[in-house]
Design a protein around this ligand. Structure first.
Ligand code: NDP
Ligand code: 8X3
Length: 254
């Protein structure tokens, strides 16, 4: 059955690939992020390629009032949200804690934790009001259970996503809302460029000598997890490149 899917952070990487994957399955999509030009270009592509209905909502997920206004402002035909994909997020910086920068920490905490909470509350209430047994997908990370050197605050935010996913699964039990946490390892997107503040050469080095996951690989897992029969609840999916075992072990140039 055709679903309505709201994806945060659809202007790039995993979120953009997820929007395309749901659209390819015939679902209607609400795409969000801050870069309006990219959202409009993606909307045009999804409509032209898949003939689905697409709603654009541009806002900064770090602002609770903007999240609430965006959800309240959804047009009538997009208000029955079946699936929320909490994907918007970032790493900013990679330094020992005493050399880290409060602006980076605030960006990660405000986006990855607080933004996820704001939008989840607003959309979950829509699901409850409209009696939809919806599905919330949180994009966590293998960094949600392992902490690596210099990853301090980013890893802490993904540990929070891991805890919140478990908490949401319990709290929404009575509403029949399923909560899946997708926990990828290395995915080549704009993630590392953002982490290294635009240093593309350093970002490329993260994936040198191995074949990382793509946004499409992760999107496929998300679509699969949200396409199961009503009685099946996929709690968690951990996926890494074949060349990566976890946060600490990988092989290059093999
Ligand atoms: P990208 O940088 O390619 O995409 C990040 C997306 O998040 C963009 O669409 C961006 O949109 C959005 N975003 C960031 N900040 C905000 C904000 N304040 N308000 C609204 N939207 C925002 O990275 P990925 O696709 O890799 O990252 C997606 C998720 O996957 C993140 O949560 C990340 O932590 C997680 N992840 C990534 C991994 C990887 O190796 N790439 C591995 C494990 C997890 P815009 O800038 O237009 O606002
Ligand atoms: C993003 C990937 O390697 O920083 O979650 O954990 S990593």
């Amino acid at each position: 059955m055709k679903k309505t899917v709201l994806i945060t952070g659809a202007t790039s990487g995993i979120g953009e690939a997820t929007a395309k994957a749901f659209a390819a399955a015939g679902d209607n999509i609400i795409i969000t992020g801050r870069r309006v030009d990219r959202l409009l270009a993606l909307k045009a592509e999804l409509v032209a390629t898949y003939g689905v209905e697409v709603c654009v909502a541009a806002f900064d997920i770090r602002e609770e009032a903007s999240c609430v206004a965006a959800v309240e402002g959804l047009p009538e035909e997009f208000r029955r949200v079946d699936v929320l994909v909490n994907n918007a997020g970032l790493a900013s910086g990679l330094e020992h804690l005493n050399e880290g920068c409060a602006d980076d920490w605030n960006a990660m905490i405000d986006t990855n934790i607080k933004g996820l909470l704001y939008i989840s509350k607003a959309v979950a209430n829509l699901m409850v009001e409209s009696g939809i047994k919806g599905h919330i997908v949180n994009i966590g990370s293998i960094a949600g259970t392992q902490v690596y050197e210099n990853g301090n605050v980013y890893c802490a935010t993904k540990h929070a996503v891991h805890a919140l996913s478990q908490g949401m699964r319990i709290d929404f039990l009575r509403n029949g809302i399923r909560v899946t946490e997708i926990r990828p390892g290395m995915v080549e997107t704009e993630f590392s460029i953002v982490r290294f503040h635009g240093d593309k050469q350093r970002a490329d080095g993260v994936y040198a000598g191995l074949k990382p996951l793509t946004g499409e690989d992760v999107a496929e897992a998300i679509v699969w997890a949200t396409s199961q029969p009503d009685h099946v609840h996929i709690n968690e999916i951990v996926l890494t490149p074949t060349a990566q075992a976890d946060s600490f072990y990988n092989v290059r140039n093999k």
